[in-house]
Design a protein around this ligand. Structure first.
Ligand SMILES: [Zn+2]
Length: 257
């Protein structure tokens, strides 16, 4: 119990103090969308590994452990910085790891049945989260402004920044729980889902980067954002959450074939 309280305390402290992740709700939506798209085989394997926990419920694990020093080495996995007009394959990958190498490592660790269950579970939880982060465009932003963290803005009269608007301000202000938000996403047929699931991790990275480039021009420094901004961009938020979930399912279905 003590341990749980401590964890709750640490994660609460962290979520108030930091601005570097999709809102908890966003990650849960992605987990929930993916859960619904799993093949029978993947579902059984994942249920077994997670001891019956849902993917939504473990989707924020990777952010929660940031409060624990022992996991410091994983903090660079949540994002990738790519200069404008360059693509991931043009850059020298960070020696600390990034979203792309992080996802690759997770896949390799979960795939290998010789690894301990503990390790496979750890990297599965990381994977669920990182595929989510990959779809928050500002996690594929520029290094000079820390993925928009240094672009100060006002959100309904309170200090915020471009990264935080996309991580949490818009989603939290929308006011839906993760199940309500999942249920409110556009209903897609098989063909439409398949189309969104197509592509590779690197292609998804460039897609997020393209959106990030638009977002950089969507605001001026210090701008006062309110309803109008959400009105313009909410469909992009929804579509990124939905794509994140569908593609996470694709990755997992391939992993547990
Ligand atoms: Zn994250």
């Amino acid at each position: 119990m003590k341990k749980i309280l401590l964890l709750l305390f640490l994660s609460a402290q962290f979520s108030f103090g930091s601005t570097i992740f999709w809102s908890k709700t966003g990650h849960r939506v992605i987990g929930e969308v993916a859960q619904e798209e799993l093949s029978g085989r993947a579902r059984r394997a994942i249920t077994k590994l997670l001891d019956g926990q849902s993917m939504a419920s473990i989707s924020n694990f990777a952010d929660e452990i940031k409060a624990d020093r022992r996991y410091r080495e994983f903090s660079a996995w949540h994002y990738v910085n790519i200069p404008i007009n360059k693509s991931y394959s043009d850059i020298e990958p960070s020696k600390y790891g990034d979203l792309v190498t992080g996802i690759q490592k997770c896949i390799a660790m979960v795939e290998n049945e010789k690894n301990t269950k503990e390790d496979r579970v750890f990297y599965l939880k990381m994977l669920v989260h990182l595929v989510g982060d990959l779809h928050q465009p500002m996690h594929v932003g520029r290094v000079e402004d820390k993925g928009g963290n240094d672009i100060q803005l006002q959100w309904f009269g309170k200090g915020s920044n471009l990264h935080r608007v996309w991580d949490s301000n818009m989603i939290n202000d929308y006011g839906l729980s993760y199940t309500e938000l999942t249920a409110s996403l556009p209903v897609l047929n098989k063909k439409e889902k398949k189309a969104l699931q197509s592509g590779t991790v690197l292609e998804w990275v460039s897609e997020s980067q393209e959106i990030a480039n638009k977002l950089y021009t969507s605001v001026g420094i210090g701008e006062k954002l309110a309803y109008g901004y959400s009105y313009t961009w909410w469909s992009t938020v929804e579509s990124q959450l939905q794509k994140g979930g569908l593609r996470l399912a694709k990755v997992l279905n391939e992993l547990f074939k």
